[in-house]
Design a protein around this ligand. Sequence first.
Ligand SMILES: [Fe+2]
Length: 610
Amino acid sequence: MTTRHRHVLGISAFYHDSAAALLRDGEIVAAAQEERFTRRKGDADFPANAAAYCLRAAGIAASDLEYVGFYDKPLLKFERILETYLEVAPRGFASFQLAAPLWLKDKLHLDRQLRDALSYDGEILYAEHHESHAASAFFPSPFEEAAILTMDGVGEWATASFGVGRGSDIVLLKELHWPNSLGLLYSAFTYFTGFKVNSGEYKVMGLAPYGEPKYVDLIYREVIDLREDGSFTLNQKYFNYLSGLTMTNGAFSELFGGPPRVPEGKLTQREMDLARSIQVVCEEVMLRMARTVHRETGLENLCLAGGVALNCVGNGRLLREGPFKRLWIQPAAGDAGGALGVAQLIWHRYCERPRRVTPGRDTMQGALLGPRFSPGEIAAHLGSLRAVYERLERQQLLERVAGLLADEKVVGWFDGRMEFGPRALGARSILGDPRSPRMQAQMNLKIKLREGFRPFAPSVLRERASEYFELVGDSPYMLLVAPLKRERQIAMTEEQRKLWGIDQLNVVRSDIPAVTHIDYSARVQTVDRETNPNYYDLIKEFERQTGCAVVVNTSFNVRGEPIVCTPADAYQCFMRTHIDFLVLGPFLLDKAKQPTWKETEDWRQQFQLD
Ligand SMILES: [Fe+2]
């Protein structure tokens, strides 16, 4: 089939969180992460399913594509790995032996592999890793002109970069190079505190407010030599990622009072203090880098991407304290977003196609770029599962669900196109009543099957956000943490003040305790009607019934599992947990009325649950 439209497919793969993104005449038609289809969290394989979905969504075949883009340059990356290993050989030889065959097999034959996997014989273009991040940060942003800052673990050589985006081009001005990496430094502490590298960083950030910044001076003295301009050198004496297969070594353990926490082992005050300390250092680096970028570019808007841009506590501080007036963060800030970035680079830079900017509105469409299911498809799924459901008119459904939430029921909410990026934004979400003091513990332990300390995020009607949070502007992608309004905070008693660490968890801190973190902050999602009409109207109805314009929004999955993609994934997650009701498009399902759920495999083991 030939079309008169021009299509570009972007691919990111083989590191972590593979993804595909498709542009039609420069507009984003579809984007999704491979993990959602394969049900393997952070799946790094070639995104065959995500790419197939993107083509399906556009109604085209691979032969209709004008270009395929890959989000980094495998040869440059191989060079970095090779040089690193040669430098530390023979220490590094063991891990090189493990890594090299993988590289040679998969990454150097990438061209062929991409063609075979896609059945595509057109042109394939490669961008540099940080260029892809930078493109994903700037091109979809609502700015005609902006400074760009990218920060992550590592691409080819770069670990951070900054530059300028203007109209339809971006120029990167400076880079910080491997092995000096803010992402890897944070990941080293993630590893050391017993969480999974590349996905547990969120947990470290969530744990930080329970601790004291006890190790900050030690980190500055021994581990990182941070310069005024935000650039830094890491003392490689403490790290193992050059030569070994772990992040930190014996010297690191000695410095921080003993070996790393065993994953799933007891969380102690040390881990909380370490989390707080590395978070403080990370924020300081981010702030210094942003000040340098501001000074060198003289611009007022800043765009962010790269894994470190998922540090929403740091982002919140950048917005409040940084010199930039406005901030826009790519919702798929990690490597998945690189798929979108490279496609946009091809369209704007390589094809020299102009970029249209609507001030105040980005082109991400609320990041709702994944698969959707029609009522007919959902009904067919439900029929095959013998599920019991009722179909409701829209208004009736919204009233019922708002009423259930107000009644402290937990509701799985599956509606429209799946989100692109790590956050659930009201398409694949689990919802609860933020006013309930029991909700945080209940949702963590009984529904998400995860650590009790993990905070929950609020979704708030956009126009009511300033009544709840100290937030300037919008936060549609839940990537900014903001303090709760002072008048909503409940001061702690003398007794409560004496609590330490995790014991502080159950103190009611505001009139929306389920989404108030222990430092009176919240990771806010502002919801507007134009991008997400059903979700907006649901919160509006909840407000009509209760006076509260906020709901708890957590991603629709259990710990260790990717966010649900299909109605069948959603039903399965609903039946395995204590979610009380499930909404699938126009259908409402009551847990109490469902047939008994039979497990076909040991799913708890699959997701490493207790
Ligand atoms: Fe990256």
